[in-house]
Write a protein that binds this ligand. Structure first.
Ligand code: ADP
Length: 357
């Protein structure tokens, strides 16, 4: 049926992405699974939805519908993000290259002490680019990107959580190299014990088990990236599994300047270098997401000065450019989303537990 056809299509070994970096090393595992797949293609499907014959050997015994759901809803083939799309954060990018990208591309060179860590924690205020970094790691290393938020585990995937985690890791290792990105990881691995229900305790246990197993040779390369705004909520067991913990701070002035330039490049604008620098100085405390909102709002400036009739009849190339005055107007109605007083917690946690870059 169409279901199994879709399944087979999705289980082709990962292809080199167009325009993406070349992957010099294709592990023998994938070639094997390809062979298995070819054998399986000859077995016709029957009406029994649980026909294990259709699944590649590595995934036999797992729930086929859940696998299908993972491929459809958790594997993220969306927008490609490269390191060039991420403004600033040079330290983080360098560290990530050395720790993760090179080892994922050349696992044969990065063995033993040099081996890629299985868990990477990105922590810091919201809207600073943690998700972007996760996506860029996946893209730059040619990995399959699995993206899930902890809150969806306890809401959307209610009741299936533990099984989902197990199946997710099986699919990730099958489609390796893979990146499993878990947003709001603190809420899955929180240290609050008293109000913890049985279901979330089991999800947590299963996750820790998988995190211990992920990335060893037998299972292929699976990197787990956890993102959190509340690193202090992680308990010891969870924290230890994320061997590398990178602080992703608010952008500094050069970072904000770079971000503004990146954001503005997509529209016609009349801002001079001096004005961009002035804006970057006047937005101290703004996160990347705040700056994006600011630019989005300013970009509406030229539209707001038109009547509806004018807007409907104007040619696209006649729309006035976004100007500095539009930014000044938008700045008056905006403020940073992260309180300065909240930042100390991150600095302290970074001092105690962070990986120094
Ligand atoms: P986080 O995961 O840290 O909460 P995101 O990575 O989802 O934040 O960033 C939210 C949005 O803010 C991004 O989609 C992007 O538009 C913008 N943004 C944040 N930081 C950066 C950055 N360093 N470079 C470019 N865009 C950024």
């Amino acid at each position: 049926g169409p279901l199994s056809a879709g399944l087979k299509r999705k289980f082709q070994p990962p292809l080199k992405r167009e325009g993406g970096p070349v992957q010099p090393n294709n592990s023998g595992r994938n070639q094997n699974s390809n062979n298995n797949n070819n054998t399986n293609n000859s077995t016709s499907s029957n009406s029994n939805g649980n026909n294990d014959e259709e699944l590649p050997e590595e995934l036999r015994g797992l729930d086929k519908e859940l696998i299908e759901k993972i491929n459809n809803e958790i594997v993220d083939d969306g927008q490609k993000v490269t390191f060039d799309d991420i403004a600033g954060l040079e330290n983080a990018k360098n560290t990530v290259n050395e720790l993760v990208i090179y080892p994922m591309k050349r696992p044969d060179l990065f063995t033993g002490l040099r081996a890629c860590p299985k868990g990477l924690l990105l922590f810091g205020p919201p809207g600073t680019g943690k998700t972007l970094i996760g996506k860029a790691i996946s893209y730059e290393s040619g990995a399959t990107f699995f993206s899930i938020s902890s809150s969806s585990l306890t809401s959307k995937w209610i009741g299936e959580g533990e099984k989902l985690v197990k199946t997710l890791f099986a699919v990730a290792s099958y489609r390796s190299p893979s990146v499993v990105f878990i947003d709001e990881v603190d809420s899955m691995l929180t240290q609050r014990k008293s109000d913890e229900n049985e279901a979330s305790r089991r999800i947590k246990t299963e996750f820790l088990v998988q995190l211990d197993g992920a990335g060893n040779d037998r299972k292929g390369h699976v990197l787990v990236i956890g993102a959190t705004n509340l690193p202090q909520e992680l308990d010891d067991a969870a924290r230890r599994r994320f061997v590398k913990r990178l602080y992703i701070p608010l952008p500094d002035q050069p970072g904000r300047e770079c971000l503004l330039r990146t954001l503005l490049v997509k529209n016609s604008h009349s801002l001079t270098d001096k004005e961009i620098i002035k804006l970057s100085r006047d937005t101290d405390g703004y996160s990347g997401a705040d700056l994006k909102n600011l630019c989005t709002d300013a970009s509406m400036g030229p539209m707001r000065s038109m009547t509806v009739e004018e807007m409907m009849s104007i040619k696209a190339n006649e729309v006035p450019p976004i100007a500095y005055k539009h930014f000044r107007q938008s700045l008056r109605g905006s403020s940073p989303s992260v309180a300065q007083s909240d930042l100390q917690v991150y600095l302290d946690w970074n001092n105690t537990y962070g990986s120094k870059v």
